[in-house]
Design a protein around this ligand. Sequence first.
Ligand code: FMN
Length: 184
Amino acid sequence: MKVVAIGGSPRLNGVTNYLIDQALGELASRGIETEKIVLNQYKIGFCQAHSNCASFSECQQKDDVPWILEKFATADGVIIASPVYFGTVSAQVKAFMDRSFFLYTHGKRPQPKCAGLIAIARQRGFEETLRELRKLVRSPEIQVFTIAAATGTADTDPKAQTELIKQAKDMGHRMAEVLLAPQG
Ligand SMILES: Cc1cc2nc3c(=O)[nH]c(=O)nc-3n(C[C@H](O)[C@H](O)[C@H](O)COP(=O)(O)O)c2cc1C
């Protein structure tokens, strides 16, 4: 049983990363294996829109995306988190979304049991950003838990976000319940 988190903020000490850690901590405390992948720490190129994408056994770009996509597509649960940049997901997340197209052209649509989506703004745009994140986990069978909020300040101390921390722990708790439920 494994949950893979895709982090879209370049700020390792920012709110988005902190909330991912809270949710993953809760999952780990239930014995679920977790892994956080902060996109900004890896080499991620833009999709080159090869019209014959489906004909390639491997993505033609030699960077870190193939192994990240493999982990993302095979996880039992996923968390996808983004700060709000210009009213939408960060460029890191958008690049990852476009590159995930390879999964679809190869019949590997991700089917995790559950997903946690986190969109964090300073003021606004979190609902729009959440809508974008949902595109990565469209299937109706996936149980989706969400956090979409504004912190109100530019450089807030993540540890001071008590309400959001509560929500992130709750997200982890609820995802664990889905993952540990007996198979029906
Ligand atoms: C390039 C850029 C664009 C941003 N655009 C928005 C925006 O459209 N709306 C908003 O409320 N905050 C915006 N922000 C602020 C971030 O969403 C906010 O600081 C968020 O908490 C960052 O998350 P982090 O702490 O995980 O880095 C922007 C920040 C940056 C760097």
